[in-house]
Design a protein around this ligand. Structure first.
Ligand code: SF4
Ligand code: SF4
Length: 205
């Protein structure tokens, strides 16, 4: 039989020992945890880089990547050239209720279209909502952390060059569309100005 009160003393000793140690408990959700930048939270899709090669879907051990696409014929780049066909993405979805966060899809993607984001707050009450379609996967892209700084003298990473190329292409396309819209508007206003003049000329005759 132990000494009366020894249990209480042991308990107090544990309390005192714990009180003097650094706190490791995180007060989530009141305080957001500081996660390492390479945390596997959710997968973002940079669809401009996706060529619909299907490698990620084929290699996924859980078969939880769903891709639909169709083929389109692209006119030749130069006169006399051959028409080319390319895959156009119709659907890209990842079912995070099946995903085991192995990262194989990201590793095998040859075109740097998939990235880890440390975001993890996407719990749902309906399991079907855990299938993230391409728009949602694109939204996650904006939460992907910047890559670590390059070593001095290192080449620019190809994903940055590809992203820059895609952004330049989009900007050029938007500028062209704006130019065409302005030209069409100008032509319309020119026609509207000519019509009354023609009417005046007819009355004078
Ligand atoms: S992380 Fe693994 S399980 Fe999840 S979608 Fe990618 S390949 Fe599939
Ligand atoms: S591996 Fe990459 S490029 Fe190929 S379908 Fe998947 S995301 Fe697209």
């Amino acid at each position: 039989m132990g000494i009366p009160g020894s249990g209480l003393a042991k308990g107090l000793a544990v309390t005192l020992r714990t009180m003097t140690k650094r706190t490791v408990t995180e007060q989530y959700p009141d305080v957001q945890p500081e996660l390492p930048s390479r945390t596997r939270g959710v997968i973002g899709l940079f669809e401009e880089n996706c060529t619909v090669c299907m490698l990620c879907a084929r290699e996924c051990p859980d078969w939880c990547i769903y891709i639909d696409s169709h083929k389109e014929t692209v006119p030749p780049a130069a006169p006399g050239g051959r028409e080319r066909s390319r895959n156009v993405l119709d659907r890209f979805a990842i079912d995070f209720s099946l995903c085991m966060y192995c990262g194989i899809c990201i590793e095998v993607c040859p075109f740097d279209a998939l990235f880890w984001s440390p975001e993890f707050e996407y719990a749902e009450t309906d399991i079907h909502e855990l299938t993230h379609e391409r728009d949602k996967l694109r939204e996650w892209m904006w939460t992907v952390p910047e890559p670590p700084p390059l070593d001095p003298g290192a080449e620019q990473p190809k994903e940055i060059a590809a992203a820059q190329k895609a952004a330049d292409k989009l900007a050029a396309q938007q500028a062209k569309e704006a130019e065409e819209a302005a030209a069409a508007q100008q032509a319309e206003s020119g026609q509207a100005g000519e019509a009354p003049q023609a009417k005046d000329a007819g009355e004078e005759a």
